[in-house]
Design a protein around this ligand. Structure first.
Ligand code: URA
Length: 209
């Protein structure tokens, strides 16, 4: 699993464990997801290029380093990806945001696209695709297939949770796309849910069940 980055920082693991519990309220779930997303962004952007800038402290001039947040695109897979965006934008406020609307056909578990909007000049940008759950991998693969047609500079995929089936499917379809996750759970069940998982991420973020 060369391309999988497991983010096992104690703060990330602690917050994820809190979120998994079925007793956690919608507002707490959302707050924890925001906090986790911000923490995960530190790891995902670790290799981002920086450039030198000259600044002035109250005492003297110096050269510092800064990132170019405008070169980043966070591409959210609707609807659950939206739950991660705010936390990521807190850390990289200059990032552009793309949306891809996909739903899972409940019978086939295949991804069906209903919306697609990415920033212009994506060829000069690094894209980070976000979805809390990498389960069958169908949505992630469909989203990355589509984004790839626009020829971005690079693509990464970030999720909270995944399972061996999701990693195998995404790695087989897009071997060059690194996967960042806070946990690799045991398995996928027959309905496409991750076990032990945290349930339906969209329902838990938006309180729709
Ligand atoms: N999507 C979810 O929201 N939860 C899962 O366990 C799998 C896919």
């Amino acid at each position: 699993m060369r391309n999988v980055h497991l983010i096992d920082h104690p703060l990330v693991q602690h917050k994820l464990t809190l979120m998994r519990q079925k007793s956690v309220s919608t507002s707490s779930f959302r707050r924890l997801l925001n906090e986790l997303a911000a923490l995960m962004t530190y790891e995902v952007t670790r290799d981002m290029p920086t450039h030198e800038v000259e600044i002035e402290t109250p005492l003297e001039k110096m050269k510092g380093r800064m990132i170019d947040g405008k070169k980043l695109v966070f591409a959210s897979i609707l609807r659950a990806g939206t739950g991660i965006l705010d936390g990521m934008l807190d850390v990289v406020p200059g990032a552009r945001v793309g949306h891809i609307g996909l739903y899972r056909d409940p019978k086939t578990l295949q991804a069906v696209e209903y919306y697609f909007k990415m920033p212009q000049d994506i060829q000069e940008r690094d894209v980070i695709v976000v979805d809390p759950m990498l389960a069958t991998g169908n949505s992630a693969i469909a989203a990355i297939d589509r984004i790839r047609q626009l020829n971005p500079r690079s693509i990464k995929f970030v999720c909270l949770l995944t399972c061996p089936e999701g990693i195998s499917a995404l790695s087989a379809a897009h071997p060059d796309v690194p996967i960042y996750t806070a946990a690799i759970d045991r398995e996928l069940n027959d309905h496409g849910y991750i076990l032990p998982g945290l349930g339906d991420a969209g329902d838990r973020i938006f309180g729709t069940k």
